[in-house]
Design a protein around this ligand. Structure first.
Ligand code: AMP
Ligand code: MG
Length: 411
């Protein structure tokens, strides 16, 4: 069987996925959801000229000569708390006490902070003075937040395909978007397979191991914004594999993800059972770790069979499953940041596209990388110690210290 390149395998896989439909959800449920519309501002931000200080609103020309030695005294004709709407027009010689966020009165063009006046009492409940002396001159516009200075009505602020972050929700709140149109969340059925697997809290008899992939893959799925339906462990029998796949398909999922049992072992039934109810391609991908990869459709539902070795499963997820889920979830752009790093040490590779576990640290504006522990595909501790995956391109057998490679930052 020919070896597919990683890029070829990923492109083939991606061609089977399209973004899901959309739904409107309340803004408070929006975190990490993928926006399905382009958002244009329906109002200016701020929507009215307001003060950025507690102080006195007045006319800049009136205080042009004010200093602490020779203050200018003005009549205080209004008091403007936040949340009020002053309907006065300030005249020369007049000032209005104003609080942060309160609308500027007409006629006024500057705010003098309370610290620059003779009236510095800001205890709650204090009423405005009759007169105020100003110790300092300030240019027109100072401490005034102008209508539309942040965002203008009609301006594009967020685009479809963007994953919503806390600050995005804040902005949508400012714009009065109470319900937000997002892509539906991908639903993924997760299953493990192997007679050697026991649940994490079960007694470990000789020859058995704990089903750790279930926790790792379930968490990886969550970081990609998917809803996970964990179906547990299939035994290495045809019947058990048939039952678990049928249960997965009954859950109205967008994808079935399995670990192990898709290799060429004598008890690896997953491929057979998927094929019996759909279609299956078994690919050997020119990568390390994680060469064997099963992809197909079971009863019309895309199926990805990752290798069972924990590091292979982890890498296979990052290389294939995350991009698929990003597409399915409507995301434009990537979750993972790719940076260029310099190797601290020499390394050897076997010519396959290799994903090595490493610690990347930054010094003097450069990233450098050191491998973590044993790089075998069963040695998950190497991944636990790592904060990055180094990507060694296909065809490279060795690299000297100082060589530069790409790295995906994991944290
Ligand atoms: P297989 O693909 O079934 O040949 O499994 C490859 C290796 O991965 C074997 O050493 C398995 O014991 C191990 N393995 C399979 N499934 C899991 C799992 N759910 N958690 C941890 N290790 C696993
Ligand atoms: Mg097995």
């Amino acid at each position: 069987m020919n070896l597919l390149s990683v890029e070829e395998a990923r492109t083939r896989m991606l061609s089977h996925f399209q973004p899901k439909g959309t739904e409107a959800i309340p803004l408070e449920k929006g975190l990490h959801r993928v926006l399905a519309i382009n958002v244009k501002a329906q109002n200016n931000l701020p929507s009215f000229d307001n003060s950025s200080m507690d102080g006195f609103a007045l006319i800049a020309e009136d205080i042009e000569t004010a200093t602490s030695a020779s203050p200018r005294t003005l009549n205080v004709v209004a008091d403007i708390p936040a949340g009020t709407n002053p309907n006065i027009v300030l005249q020369s010689g007049q000032a209005a006490r104003i609080m942060t966020g309160a609308p500027m009165p007409k006629g006024a063009d500057v705010v003098i902070p309370v610290e620059e006046t003779d009236f510095q009492d800001r205890s709650p409940g204090t009423s405005a003075p009759k007169k105020v002396s100003i110790y300092k001159s300030l240019a027109a516009g100072t401490f005034v937040r102008e209508q539309g200075m942040d965002v203008r009505t009609g301006q594009s602020v967020l685009s479809s395909g963007h994953k919503l972050r806390p600050q995005d929700l804040g902005l949508l709140g400012m714009l009065g978007v109470a319900n937000v149109e997002v892509y539906q969340t991908p639903r993924v059925a997760l299953l493990s397979s192997g007679d050697e697997l026991v649940p994490v809290d079960a007694e470990l008899k000789p020859g058995m191991i704990r089903n750790s992939n279930s926790y790792m893959l379930s968490a990886l799925l969550e970081t990609s914004g998917s809803e996970v339906l964990n179906l547990g462990i299939a035994k290495d029998t045809r019947k058990s594999v048939e039952e678990i796949l049928a249960a997965a398909a009954a859950q109205n999922v967008d994808m079935i993800l399995s670990s192990a049992g898709v290799s060429v072992g004598a008890f690896d039934y997953l491929k057979d059972v998927v094929e019996a109810q759909g279609e299956l391609s078994f690919w050997r991908v020119n990568m390390r770790p994680g060469k064997p990869l099963a992809f197909g459709k079971y009863k019309g539902i895309p199926f990805i069979g990752l290798p069972g070795n924990p590091v292979s499963a982890f890498v296979g997820f990052e290389v294939f499953v995350r991009p698929v889920l990003e597409k399915l979830s409507g995301l434009i752009g990537k979750n993972r940041l790719k940076v260029r790093v310099q190797l601290d040490e020499a390394l050897s590779s076997d010519g396959r596209e290799s994903y090595l576990r490493a610690i990347v640290h930054e010094a003097n504006g450069k990233f450098s990388a050191q491998l973590t522990g044993h790089q075998g595909s069963g040695n998950l501790f190497s991944t636990v110690q790592a904060n990055a995956l180094l990507i060694i391109p296909a065809g490279i057998k060795s690299l000297e210290p100082g060589a530069e490679v790409d790295a995906w930052l994991l944290d």
